[in-house]
Design a protein around this ligand. Structure first.
Ligand code: PLP
Length: 441
């Protein structure tokens, strides 16, 4: 032990207030509680704070500029009437003694679980048991928390570029060493998603236990085909590996041939966990509701190599650390599956996808190389003349007053790429297109 509890008393220091403040003195004993040192390996929330810093610098120099933000992946359309009506009714129920509800089931109410099974799975020929659905308050939490149920020594693979939550949650858990100067952590396996592999990296040859796949993909906007998912499922089954499949953007898929769920692939229930969210699908980024599917047949191994159901571990974690999503919110999520809810959320998604089409086609016509935007609300733009992505960020801000997200922020393979989001008003998207094409033609 190199730190003694008693040291706290010894190092209790007298601090005077900074100059200019009233001259009171107070005794302050800093705690010597040991911290989780793995948190120190995290890179200081680099991407979005850096964007905000550059934007506010620009606005300081150009106070009259009207910026269009196509950067952060947040929805812009308000909640649909069917959802609002359901949530209002739920609030009314809560206001009456006889229909008031306190704690609900941790895994979610059956009315929502049944709607999910019927609307998302049975309708696609997939059989999921009620007990396999875990309703939560977001996929960010679920995708960050899931790693808890696996051994610290499992080898984790992620795509590059990647949604940062998968990486950071494993760093916090101590599964990595330090980051190199490109921001990649020692001990993680990175699978580059590049133009050469159509942004669909194949399964690795090296040993991997856990892989995170996201389709339709944030940030590249590309979507997994049935054949591609089959390759991964076969790989996982051969190797005894597990796939975390993040389908947060599944409802943006427009081609009916494309899979929405990894369970559309035979054998996936024995090697994959699926996560979905109402955030992008129904405008719930501020309302908060999502779910994770953990099939009962999905097995891990204990220290003797004996099989243990992952379901039992996740169920234990979920019911220990989570007390259920709000009743009102779950009623809102249920309404997404009603006839009106499907029609209204469908119209919203079509609206965003028309924005994506406009961005994609106009930018292609003016000479940009553009990916994504067909089954996802993101455009993955190749920067002109292999310009570094932060340099393109600056130029776009200066010359078009448009804010996007530099690809390098999602990983080194994102360098020379740029993410534009289709979440905005039609006016803003059209104005952004006109400014970008004028500035870069
Ligand atoms: C937006 C998003 C989610 C959804 O997160 P919530 O916490 O449910 O809002 C999950 N995964 C990815 C890749 C996302 O972009």
């Amino acid at each position: 032990m190199d730190r003694l509890p008693g040291r706290a008393a010894q190092t209790g220091v007298i601090r005077s207030h900074p100059p200019g403040q009233p001259g009171k003195r107070s005794v302050c004993s800093p705690t010597v509680i040991r911290i989780n040192q793995h948190y120190r390996k995290l890179q200081a929330g680099y991407l979005f704070p850096e964007i905000a810093r550059r934007v506010s610098g620009f606005l300081r120099d150009n106070p009259d500029a009207s910026l269009i933000k196509l950067g952060i992946g947040d929805v812009t359309e308000p909640l649909c009437p069917a959802i609002v009506t359901a949530m209002k009714r739920a609030v009314e129920e809560m206001s009456v003694r006889d229909s008031f509800r306190g704690y609900g089931p941790e895994r979610g109410y059956d009315f929502l679980i049944d709607a999910i099974i019927e609307g998302d799975y049975t309708s696609r020929g997939i059989s999921i048991d009620r007990s396999e659905i875990f309703v939560s308050d977001g996929s960010k939490c679920d995708s960050g928390n899931i790693q808890e149920v696996f051994h610290r020594d499992v080898i984790v693979a992620v795509t590059d570029p990647v949604y940062p939550v998968y990486v950071d949650s494993n760093v916090m858990a101590g599964r990595t060493g330090r980051a190199n100067d490109q921001g990649q952590y020692d001990g993680l396996v990175y699978l580059p998603a590049t133009e050469a592999n159509d942004f669909a990296p194949p399964p690795p040859d090296q040993s991997v236990d856990l892989v995170y796949l996201c389709s339709p993909n944030n940030p590249t906007g590309t979507v997994a085909t049935r054949e591609y998912l089959r390759t991964w499922v076969e790989w996982a089954r051969q190797r005894g590996a597990l796939i975390i499949f993040d389908a947060a953007y599944e409802s943006f898929i427009t081609d009916p041939e494309l899979p929405h769920s990894i369970y559309e692939i035979d054998g996936a229930k024995s090697c994959a966990i699926e996560m979905r969210s109402f955030s992008k699908r129904a405008g719930f980024t501020g309302v908060r509701c999502a779910f994770t599917v953990v099939p009962r047949e999905l097995m891990g191994a204990d220290e003797n190599g004996d099989p243990v159901a992952i379901h039992s571990l996740w169920n234990r974690r979920h019911s220990t650390k989570f007390n259920g999503a709000s009743y009102i919110v779950q009623r809102g999520a249920q309404a997404v599956y009603s006839a009106q809810g499907l029609e209204q959320t469908g119209a919203q998604i079509s609206f965003y996808m028309e924005n994506a089409r406009l961005l994609r086609e106009s930018l292609t016509n003016s000479g940009f190389t553009v990916y994504g935007g067909q089954h996802a609300p993101y455009i993955w733009l190749k920067t002109p003349n292999r310009m570094p992505s932060w340099e393109f960020f600056n130029q776009l801000l200066d010359r078009a007053q448009v804010v996007g997200t530099p690809g390098a922020g999602f990983g080194p393979s994102g360098e020379e790429f740029f993410r534009l989001s289709a979440f905005n008003s039609r006016n803003n998207v059209e104005e952004a297109i006109s400014r970008i094409t004028t500035a870069f033609s």
